[in-house]
Design a protein around this ligand. Structure first.
Ligand SMILES: Cc1cc2nc3c(=O)[nH]c(=O)nc-3n(C[C@H](O)[C@H](O)[C@H](O)COP(=O)(O)OP(=O)(O)OC[C@H]3O[C@@H](n4cnc5c(N)ncnc54)[C@H](O)[C@@H]3O)c2cc1C
Length: 455
């Protein structure tokens, strides 16, 4: 029975999660107002500010399908079959992500994706209000105040409940924290990033393999490159904030050129504007946001980066934010009232957000320091064999996160068991020739219950 359920909700932020949530809710008959700090990107071009392209995986795609937006997004996406590892000696190796082309990820432009979702939200009936930055909230009278940063004007908006999709620096979270202790903790990674660009060749082609996510792992730092549909690549250099090399020591364009000449020699000739972009593009910081409480009774709830910003090394921040949208829409439909729906959403999603946050942190070490190690490669090769021998039980952790939709917490727990098995089975070995398969098969069956089919 549905009781005490209003039909009007207010979303803060029309970024990736805000626009998708608006679509899902408006399609279910809710009256939705969305307030966004920036101008309308469809009118004035995407103002961006953060990563130019993103890896979209099954969780995000599934959410887009439920909003009827998947085809429009995939139309402009570039398929990535695996990691193309660029070794220090110039050799390259494609490490496939999945079994075949049914298990791939997609490089999508943040700006284009945002525009597809804004169109979908509007078509579903949501009211979008641009140039409206949430400034403060009076939770007692349920009035939110918004500022138009173009002229400083302020407007009040009466609300029933606020849904906070306003990103890692969430203003709504700041306002909620004045009413209740949210248990907020930001943990800086101590590494930052800089975006650079590989333009197309003179013939207008991609300059390197387009259907891969390129990685140049170099121990305590790395570069990655994702393809864009206009045949460029966005390169992201991740460096520590301190030490050598770091953003403290690589300061000028000439420093950046010298670093690339030494450590990323095959990438250097592909990035003609390296010096200019290194100096002029902003340095992005990376952190994990832990929050003990995501909602304020029936009045406000947080989702996406506003609730659980994470480091980008599993390519799951947006995918997780999109899963949040589907979960919140479901709880709002099923919940007896808003407070109950928000609490149920938080109870479902918080442990899963914590699990993917932990896996994203672990993946940084794997990407920058492990993908070219001999013991790592041996474990991956055993992992592939176990996945073939036990397809219903042993699914590589990357695949559980990227190609399946089981809860992240389940992927994390099973991944830990699988890692123990791989380490135990390969300890002291240089090849898989003398693996004790009878023991290993029995261990897999004992420790990893059969996974349910996903629909
Ligand atoms: C370098 C990098 C690479 C990444 N790569 C990937 C990847 O490959 N795959 C992946 O899944 N994820 C990736 N992510 C994570 C992904 O970008 C985020 O998880 C995702 O953008 C979260 O969406 P969101 O809607 O919660 O927040 P955002 O996308 O940050 O959107 C927040 C919106 O709220 C608006 N806003 C902010 N403050 C206010 C206010 N006061 N009032 C009104 N509006 C406001 C903002 O303008 C913005 O439009 C990456 C992140 C980084 C930094």
């Amino acid at each position: 029975m549905i009781i005490d359920k209003p039909d009007k909700l207010t979303i803060i932020g029309a970024g990736l999660a805000g626009a998708l949530l608006a679509t899902l809710l408006a399609r279910r008959g809710w009256q939705i107002d969305v307030y966004e700090r920036r101008g309308d990107p469809r009118v004035q071009g995407y103002a961006g500010g953060r990563s130019i392209n993103l890896a979209l995986a099954e969780r995000g795609l599934h959410a887009l399908r439920s909003a009827g937006a998947a085809d429009a997004v995939l139309d402009k996406a570039v398929m990535m079959r695996g990691r193309m590892v660029h070794f220090s000696d110039g050799a390259q190796q494609l490490q496939r992500y999945g079994r075949d082309d049914s298990e791939v990820i997609w490089s999508v432009s943040r700006g284009e994706l945002n525009i597809v979702l804004l169109d979908a939200a509007e078509a579903a009936g949501a009211q979008l209000h641009f140039d409206r930055r949430l400034d403060d909230v009076d939770f007692d009278t349920r009035k939110a105040h918004f500022v138009d940063d173009r002229d400083g004007s302020r407007r009040a908006h009466a609300f029933t409940a606020l849904l906070g999709a306003d990103g890692a620096g969430s203003a709504l979270r700041g306002q909620m924290a004045e009413h209740a202790d949210l248990g907020e903790r930001f943990e800086s990674l101590g590494h930052s990033y800089k975006e650079l660009e590989i333009p197309p060749t003179v013939d207008g082609d991609f300059s390197i393999e387009p259907n891969a996510l390129h990685i140049w792992p170099r121990g305590s730092y790395m570069c990655i490159a994702l393809p864009n549909d206009e045949r460029t690549f966005t390169v992201t250099l991740f460096l520590p904030n301190e030490g050598d090399p770091s953003f403290a020591t690589i300061r000028s364009g000439a420093d950046a050129r010298a670093l690339f000449a030494r450590d990323f020699a095959d990438a250097l000739p592909l990035i003609p504007a390296l010096e200019h972009d290194y100096v002029h593009n902003p340095t992005g910081t990376l952190a994990t946001l832990y929050l003990e409480r995501w909602h304020l009774d029936a009045r406000a709830v947080l989702l996406g980066d506003a609730a659980h910003a994470m480091v980008p090394f599993h390519g799951q921040g947006m995918n997780c934010a999109f899963e949040d949208c589907v979960a919140l829409a479901g709880h709002l439909e099923a919940g007896a009232d808003l407070a109950q729906a928000f609490a149920a959403f938080e109870a479902e999603r918080r442990p899963n957000a914590q699990a993917i946050q932990a896996m994203a942190l672990e993946n940084y070490l794997e990407m920058r320091a492990r993908v070219d190690d001999a013991d790592y490669l041996l474990q991956r090769s055993l992992e592939r064999q176990l996945a073939e021998r036990h397809p219903q039980r042993f699914v590589p952790r990357y695949a559980m996160v990227t190609f399946r939709r089981m809860p992240y917490a389940t992927a994390f727990e099973r991944g830990n068991v699988q890692r123990e098995l791989l380490v135990d089975a390969t300890r002291g070995r240089e090849s898989l020739d003398d693996i004790d398969w009878a023991w290993l098969d029995a261990e897999v069956e004992r420790r990893l219950p059969t996974l349910p089919e996903e629909t």
